[in-house]
Design a protein around this ligand. Structure first.
Ligand SMILES: Nc1ncnc2c1ncn2[C@@H]1O[C@H](COP(=O)(O)OP(=O)(O)OP(=O)(O)O)[C@@H](O)[C@H]1O
Length: 257
């Protein structure tokens, strides 16, 4: 085991997931993940790239403890991954493509940011939780007064800042960003990517940054892992990957950049 894997926040070893769909002659099985091994160290961002259908979303679901693999080993902070929400509460968070998947449109954003605390930080009373929410909003560059607004009153970039605040509020050790900037304008993407980097330096969370956008990955990731039809075909340092990708599929991906 490598030194990085020993104290990894997330580690997958030989993880496989298959899906079977259809019936009779149309029945088919897809290997969404085939013996995938990867690790994410504290304070590190692993970029995960690959074309549509390569297994990125499935890998995210396994990394978040939402899907148990058919085989292989998944460890969070050195312990076997639990699928119990209570066991992982506060330790893992996700930032998804569309803030409306994590922000309830009928709830003021302060309540959405507070919600993870109600599960993970029962030691804090409501007032303490509200104070923490205000601090978090400021931390992601929003006025604490945004807590009283509804998601539709915010711009796309502001909403994604709220999603980042919600993800960070419990001080998680590991965050999955799944196409987290893909729906934003380029200028706003840059701001959010810079924010993620800045927050990571302060909080040292490990991150899995999933994106089909290689430019975004180049900006935010320390290492890059490439999925091709469920196989992890290459893992390399970001500079090395973009300068000289070793796998033919990686080279092909970079040609489209
Ligand atoms: N619930 C499911 N039932 C059947 N097949 C599935 C299911 N989820 C995923 N698959 C298949 O598994 C493979 C990997 O899918 P996955 O969504 O993980 O890829 P992806 O890289 O995230 O794609 P995209 O970028 O389009 O979201 C695909 O062939 C997909 O069709």
């Amino acid at each position: 085991m490598s030194v990085a894997a020993e104290n990894a926040v997330l580690e997958m070893r030989g993880v496989s997931v298959s899906f079977t769909s259809g019936a009779g002659a149309k029945r088919r099985t897809v290997r969404a993940m085939n013996e995938v091994s990867l690790s994410v160290a504290p304070g590190e961002t692993l970029g995960l790239v690959g074309e549509s259908g390569s297994g990125k979303t499935t890998t995210a679901a396994v990394a978040l403890g939402l899907r148990a693999p058919d085989s292989g080993d998944v460890r969070l902070l050195g312990r076997p991954m639990s699928r119990s929400r209570r066991a992982t509460a506060g330790k893992i968070q996700a930032v998804l493509q569309h803030p409306h998947w994590s922000l309830n449109p009928r709830r003021r954003v302060g309540e959405s940011v507070r919600e993870p605390l109600t599960v993970a930080r029962r030691d804090l009373d409501r007032e303490q939780q509200r104070t923490r929410v205000g601090e978090m909003l400021e931390h992601v560059g929003l006025n604490p007064g945004f807590a009283d607004r509804y998601p539709h009153e915010l711009s796309g970039g502001q909403r994604q800042r709220v999603s980042v605040a919600r993800a960070l509020v419990t001080e998680p050790r590991f965050i999955v960003f799944d196409e987290a900037v893909s729906a934003l304008d380029v200028a706003v993407q840059m701001q959010i990517l810079a924010l993620i980097r800045e927050l990571q330096q302060q909080h040292r969370f490990g991150a899995l940054f999933i994106s089909h956008d290689l430019g975004a990955v180049q900006r935010v990731a320390d290492r890059v892992a490439v999925l091709f039809r469920g196989d992890l075909v290459e893992t390399a340092g970001t500079a090395q990957f973009f300068a000289a990708p070793s796998h033919p599929y990686s080279q092909q991906l970079l040609e489209t950049l």
